[in-house]
Design a binder for this molecule. Structure first.
Ligand code: NAD
Length: 313
């Protein structure tokens, strides 16, 4: 990276706002998603090297917040990318998520150790229950949540949260344990506002992380957003990401192309008015706009014998 690019990357890092979570810890509002980095999840040396390369590029360009998961099969590559970057640990924010096969309390603790070993980190910033799986494990995601919160005690985990939790799931874990998650990572993009889960999260003081913020690329062709982007002299992706930022969502778009990765960092030299935000809000299609699985019924557990679902969790 030449001197100008390094300066640009430093500026990108510095302009990313920080959100304070309900436990006082701060998180960069914009990060880098690693689902399907690379597209093949088989944990081979080749795939690990590819992940490390892409994560290394993201860090070089200025990203400091990385989102991975046990089920992405790429924690080792994410860890190698971090190690090779030489960036001080304190400057990074790293999230992983509990695999759907690891909900039993003993498996929560064992698999957290594996995650730490794969990532090669002394501590993790955020660990999430990836899916509530209310139709599996006897419907007992409360024991899973208790085991997750227990991980905070030994100092290797800074914050604990959930993902894909519907309002009823949030209510149940909070009522039964008295412990409120720091974040709820849920599907949100233009076309699927996921208002009930966002509102429930906000009412408990839980920060919303919007997964698939670009609708996995499917909302980039929208004419309303396209016209708005043309007026702003920004790209459709940038306008959508700015809309998320205006709503206070934490986002981590994913791309494996350097130019798009840079584009997705370059969000802070323009504004959207309240009317412009409302025009994107109005694109909501309710449940019909959902791209991923419905958390109330999603029951996929990875195993060597089970193929990856069509829409990736
Ligand atoms: P996304 O909304 O980030 O979209 C990714 C797609 O958009 C890719 O095909 C990419 O090529 C394209 N894209 C990215 N930037 C672009 C640009 N500037 N211009 C044009 N195209 C662009 O989808 P995602 O990867 O599903 O979501 C982001 C992250 O959210 C994931 O990587 C993962 O970390 C997380 N996630 C979490 C869950 C969960 O269940 N908790 C589920 C899905 C994703």
């Amino acid at each position: 990276m030449d001197k100008d690019m390094r300066k640009h990357a430093t500026m990108a890092t510095q302009t990313i706002p920080k959100i304070t979570l309900n436990n006082g810890v701060t998180i960069p509002q914009l990060g880098f998603g690693t689902l399907s980095v690379p597209p093949d999840r088989t944990p081979s040396d080749e795939n690990t090297a590819k992940t490390a390369e892409i994560v290394g590029l993201a860090l070089e360009l200025g990203y400091r917040h990385l989102d991975t998961a046990q089920m992405y099969g790429n924690e080792r590559g994410v860890g190698q990318g971090i190690a090779a970057s030489g960036i001080p640990r304190a400057e990074l924010y790293v999230t992983s998520k509990l695999g759907n096969g690891n909900h039993r309390p003993d498996d929560v603790r064992r698999s957290f150790d594996e995650t730490m070993q794969k990532l090669g980190l002394d501590y993790l910033d955020l660990f999430l229950v990836h899916w509530p799986l209310p139709t599996l494990y006897g419907g007992d995601f409360v024991s899973t949540w208790k085991a997750m919160t227990g991980l905070l005690a030994d100092g290797r985990l800074r914050s604990v949260g959930v993902s894909n939790f519907q309002p009823s799931h949030l209510k149940r874990i909070i009522d039964e344990t008295g412990i409120t998650p720091a974040v709820n990572q849920i599907e949100v993009h233009p076309g699927f506002n996921n208002e009930a889960s966002r509102n429930a999260s906000a009412s408990y003081g839980i920060a919303v992380e919007a997964w698939s913020p670009l609708g996995q690329g499917k909302v980039l062709e929208d004419a309303v957003i396209g016209a708005l982007a043309a007026r702003k002299r920004k790209t459709t992706a940038q306008v959508i990401l700015r809309w998320h930022i205006r709503h206070g969502h934490i986002v981590f778009p994913k791309s494996m192309q350097g130019e798009r990765m840079e584009e997705n960092l370059d969000l802070f030299d323009f504004e959207l008015s309240s009317d412009e935000v409302a025009s994107i809000d109005a694109l909501d299609k309710g449940e019909a706009g959902r791209i991923g699985p419905n958390p109330d019924t999603f029951d996929w557990v990875p195993s060597n014998a089970t193929p990856t679902p069509k829409v990736r969790p």
